[in-house]
Structure formats: structure tokens, C-alpha cells
Design a protein around this ligand. Structure first.
Ligand SMILES: [Zn+2]
Length: 53
């Protein structure tokens, strides 16, 4: 597993866009940044599981 993936899993990077979280902390679990959270709230796009390929 790469370093970026580890940083994402530790919560340092957003699991959606890969950007740094605003508090630069590593709680030890994957997190999503405020931008991505706001995006998901405003645009309720279907999850990949529901999208026919
Ligand atoms: Zn993000």
C-alpha cells in the first residue's frame, strides 16, 4: 500500500478528492473534507453500486 493510501486511511487526506483535511490531523480512520461533504449534500449523485455499467 502506498504512502498516499495510508495517509488517506489515517484521515490526513480526504478519501474523496485526496486533498488535505483542514485540521491536518490523523484520527486513524478515513475522512471526507468539507468540500466533498457539501458537494454530496447538494448533489445527490447515485452511488457507483446503483449505476448500471
Ligand atoms: Zn475532498
Amino acid at each position: 500500500m502506498g504512502e498516499l493510501a495510508e495517509m488517506t486511511i489515517n484521515g490526513l487526506l480526504c478519501q474523496e478528492c485526496g486533498g488535505y483535511l483542514e485540521d491536518f490531523e490523523e484520527p486513524g480512520y478515513p475522512r471526507t473534507c468539507e468540500d466533498c461533504l457539501a458537494y454530496e449534500k447538494n448533489k445527490k449523485r447515485p452511488t457507483k453500486d446503483c449505476t448500471p455499467s
